[in-house]
Design a protein around this ligand. Structure first.
Ligand code: ATP
Length: 619
């Protein structure tokens, strides 16, 4: 399909506002923002559900490691306030016990922290693998309509940079966030238990820290969205330019594309700078609040020690706790960055995953009538009306019957709707009204496997997958034997040049058929279609990229391919039209002429004029 590999712009972009289309918005409304968040959370829940047990184990480990950490200052307080005085009284045991306790807490904390990191990593990797697969499966599942509006660059950025952002968060960030949060809570509770007045002081200091964090959250959420959008646009531009490199160079578009790319690169840089600007205020702000709190705790605590209302050891523990409390806050701030970027990524990925195919599989498919010696492959377009999304009507009312076995050539001015007819017959799109029927069965009622077997489309692009020539032909019928593959290649006239290739049928065609000419690529795709042996064949502009000798070669292959099956050929080349039983001339979505090539040439319509001009061009 041309459309799946070439990003479209223009009309496609103003069509159906897809769920995923929202991902280009940088500032969403409140309601939209909430629904996007709900959608992301739902996806996250869905991804984590299979790991419930592992998550519970990780939670046990993180609690154990945090307990190990907060026990330290408390044991210091015990040592100073109780063990040291006991030592002065001649008893060593309390000091030995608190020392041993400190050691045990440190070992427990360390071992549990290590096990937690490993457990969390296992969950994270499993979730990422699951998500990667889901995104890939989804992009294949979605209809052509989606791919024509959601550029391939955007899908690439979903699968790469967005999943990368999630990986960064899950790999390290999330582990850190959870243990940091827990450490803060445990530290605060321990402080309250040791000296509730200092606890209140800390709670007071937490107010400006909280306000600062909220400000940071708001700003960075916006800037991270902008950053991700800017990064996606940059990738889209890059992919578009690379996939359309021929057109870029042919039309000397390099300066324009470079200017566009530079502008997008600058936008990306600016978005990043904004993030750093916010970070640059948030981090030092928190450090300042943390240090001021320690100073205040020391001043108040020192005074109370002098007064005799606070023990020296308790003061030491208070100071350690105050200092420690703000360490995770800082860490949280740092993790918050990757958290933000991962949330934005998750929003976009969940948008993609929430898309539903517009062409759906019937719940209760109708089988095609069995072949009973009668000609099969009758196509009927029953008062078909069609428009792309909510765009203008492309086909107002197309009523057409193509008897089984007939070869129909469709010609007409550009934009007349010829390719649209092909897309409806192959059910890449569904009619907006009316129906397309194959042997009397509405194509919407056919199982997609049956439809794909019965109707095959060969496009101008004749896409070859990386792999051998054999594999590429065999795509027509998986499991075909070497003899069948060769027979198909022979039938369409591809066998000879395949044998001339370095490894014959085992030659790797490389990506996009780099080693074969356009005509040869076309013949290989004919062989693939021949092997598939469909009842209906649709050829979209199949010969338009060929030179004359190449065309003659393809022409012969084409005739073999068309024999005994219904065929719709959308062609600009009148040489292809000549082999058709019937010609349809289309204009503005309507059939304006319908007849055999000879009849139309005899007449004085559009086709006669086209044919005359073509004849003149040949002399
Ligand atoms: N994916 C799409 N989204 C929105 N509009 C589309 C899409 N594809 C085609 N159109 C519009 O539908 C109309 C018919 O297009 P179509 O491709 O069927 O014409 P065509 O006769 O095959 O033209 P050509 O000979 O140039 O290939 C055009 O106006 C085109 O702009």
């Amino acid at each position: 399909m041309t459309a799946t590999t070439q990003p479209t712009t223009g009309p496609a972009d103003r069509r159906r506002p897809t769920d995923a289309a929202a991902d280009d918005e940088t500032s969403l409304g409140k309601e939209a923002s909430r629904s996007v968040r709900r959608r992301s959370m739902h996806l996250l829940g869905d991804l984590l559900r299979p790991h419930k047990k592992a998550l519970a184990w990780a939670a046990v480990l993180v609690v154990a490691s945090t307990l190990g950490q907060v026990a330290g200052p408390w044991l210091v307080a015990v040592a100073i306030d109780q063990a040291v005085p006991a030592l002065q009284d001649g008893s060593v045991t309390p000091l030995v016990l608190s020392g041993a306790g400190y050691l045990a807490a440190a070992v427990l904390g360390g071992v549990a922290a290590g096990a937690y990191v490993r457990a969390a990593a296992r969950i994270a990797q499993a979730v990422l693998l699951d998500l990667r697969r889901r995104v890939f499966r989804q992009t294949q599942r979605l209809s052509l309509e989606f791919h024509e509006s959601y550029t391939s660059g955007r899908i690439i950025s979903r699968q790469t940079s967005d999943l990368e952002a999630l990986r960064e968060l899950l790999d390290g960030g999330l582990t850190g966030v959870v243990s940091s949060l827990l450490l803060m809570v445990f530290t605060f509770v321990s402080l309250l238990l040791i000296d509730w007045r200092s606890g209140l002081l800390l709670a007071l200091a937490f107010i400006p820290a909280w306000l600062l964090t909220r400000w940071f959250q708001r700003m960075s959420q916006r800037f991270y969205r902008e950053q991700r959008t800017a990064s996606a646009r940059l990738i889209v531009k890059f992919v578009e330019t690379m996939t359309g490199m021929r057109a870029v160079q042919a039309f000397r578009r390099e300066p324009t594309t470079e200017a566009d790319y530079r502008k997008l690169g600058e936008d990306y840089r600016d978005a990043n700078l904004q993030i750093f600007g916010v970070n640059g205020r948030f981090q030092p702000g928190l450090i300042l609040i943390g240090n001021l709190t320690v100073v205040a705790a020391l001043a108040v605590g020192g005074w109370r020690v002098l007064e005799g209302t606070l023990a020296v050891g308790a003061l030491a523990a208070v100071l350690l706790y105050c200092k420690r409390f703000f360490q995770p806050v800082q860490q949280l701030g740092m993790f918050y960055n990757s958290f933000q970027s991962a949330t934005a990524a998750l929003e976009k990925v969940s948008g993609l995953l929430a898309e539903e195919p517009t062409v759906t599989e019937p719940a209760d498919p109708t089988p095609l009538p069995p072949a009973d010696g009668q000609a099969r492959g009758e196509l009927r377009l029953d008062h078909v009306r069609f428009q792309y999304g909510d765009g203008p009507v492309v086909l107002p009312d197309l009523d057409l019957t193509i008897p089984g076995g007939q070869t129909v050539a469709v010609v007409g001015t550009t934009g007349a709707g010829k390719s649209t007819v092909a897309k409806l017959v192959t059910r890449f799109y569904d009619a907006s009204a009316g129906a397309v029927r194959l042997d009397g069965v509405d194509v919407r009622d056919l199982a997609s496997a049956d439809l794909r077997k019965a109707v095959v489309m060969v496009t101008q692009e004749a896409y070859l997958f990386s792999g051998s020539v054999r594999e590429n032909i065999a795509l027509g019928r998986p499991g075909a034997t070497q003899e069948e593959i060769e027979a198909a290649a022979r039938a369409v006239g591809a066998h000879e040049f395949v044998l001339d290739m370095p490894d014959g049928y085992d030659t790797d065609v490389n990506k996009r058929g780099g080693r074969v000419s356009a005509g040869q690529r076309q013949l290989l795709s004919f062989a693939r279609a021949f092997l598939a042996d469909p009842v209906v064949l649709v050829l979209d502009e199949a010969t338009s990229s060929l030179d004359m000798p190449g065309e003659r070669l393809v022409q012969r292959g084409l005739q073999t391919l068309l024999a005994d099956r219904t065929a719709i050929i959308i062609a600009h080349r009148l040489s292809t039209v000549a082999i058709a039983d019937r010609v349809l001339v289309m204009e503005h979505g309507r059939i304006v002429e319908d007849g055999t090539p000879a009849e139309l040439i005899e007449g004085d319509g559009q086709y006669a004029r086209l044919h005359e001009a073509w004849q003149d061009s040949l002399v």
